[in-house]
Design a protein around this ligand. Structure first.
Ligand code: SF4
Length: 284
């Protein structure tokens, strides 16, 4: 777990999985890939294998060992619902989130069909917890809007949308059953532009529907200069958070050992990039 995050809408990141493959236009300038590939081949570095997908069982129980309550972005360097991640492992990640309930978790995916299917079955125990927020990325109409349909069909207590990088006007969005919306523009070299009217449209629909709205950034090549003010103010709204007591260290350790034990002997599990490559995703 990284104890601090520079992402505006979270406090910390936790990566029990590393690596991913591209699935839609929002992935084009994936910051996680850029970061991870920088360290490919660097002996002993956590990203020695670049952005290849792999499970990291030794990270599985980190939130149980971190006792100060935090807002945690789960798998900032991967996608928990990637097809290649075994279902038992996803259930174990959800088990840690359910057990370490003094934190608030933000789980964000582009694989919304698997999210829907698992939240309505093996992850139902975690789906109804108010300290776990389940979200989908929405970058455009073609790929993003169908993910909202999946999210709304998932029987979750808290649902959110990460509308970033916003690549076009989304038109009318059905926000019923949605509890939070984040909007942001792409940043870094080659950043695709975001028009103000696209942002205003989402903000105004959130206002009409009573949904908390968080404006992360305008983005662009010089993100800091562009800032994050919209109509002369910032938008930093969140859903309300649950405050649960923190158990004693011995109880936390016992829970961690119980959850970890089936995965202890797995070590680091790698799935090679070549095995994951699919022609359908190559364009992204
Ligand atoms: S789904 Fe997320 S982590 Fe995976 S490639 Fe796309 S942007 Fe990167």
């Amino acid at each position: 777990m990284s104890l601090q995050s520079s992402i505006e809408w979270t406090d910390a990141t936790w990566n029990p999985v590393r690596g991913c493959t591209k699935i839609s236009p929002g992935c084009k300038h994936c910051y996680a890939e850029t970061f991870a590939e920088r360290f490919r081949g660097v002996k002993g570095h956590p990203y020695e294998q670049g952005f290849d997908l792999r499970l990291v069982p030794e990270k599985l129980c980190e939130p149980l060992r971190w006792r100060a309550p935090k807002m945690i972005f789960v798998n900032s360097m991967s996608d928990l619902f990637h097809d290649s991640i075994p279902e038992d492992y996803i259930v174990a990640v959800a088990g840690v989130m359910a057990a370490a309930n003094w934190h608030t978790y933000q789980v964000l995916t582009k694989r919304s069909a698997r999210l829907r299917s698992l939240l309505n079955s093996r992850l139902a125990f975690a789906a109804k917890e108010r300290h776990i927020w389940w979200g989908v990325s929405v970058e455009d109409q073609r790929y993003g809007l169908p993910r909202i349909v999946d999210l709304r069909a998932a029987d979750a207590a808290v649902r959110f949308l990460s509308v970033e990088p916003l690549l076009e006007d989304l038109g009318r969005i059905n926000l019923s059953g949605v509890h939070w919306v984040i909007v942001g523009g792409e940043s870094g070299p080659g950043a695709r532009p975001m028009k103000k009217e696209w942002v205003v449209s989402v903000r105004d629909q959130c206002r009409t529907s009573g949904v908390p709205f968080f404006f992360k950034q305008w983005g662009g090549v010089r993100k800091a200069a562009a800032g994050r003010r919209l109509d002369r103010r910032t938008y930093d709204e969140f859903p309300s958070r649950v405050r649960n007591p923190v158990p004693g260290p011995a109880d936390c350790m016992a829970l961690a050992l119980q959850i970890e034990s089936p995965f202890k002997d797995l070590g680091l599990i790698s799935i090679s990039r070549r095995d994951l490559a699919r022609p359908a995703t190559a364009a992204f």
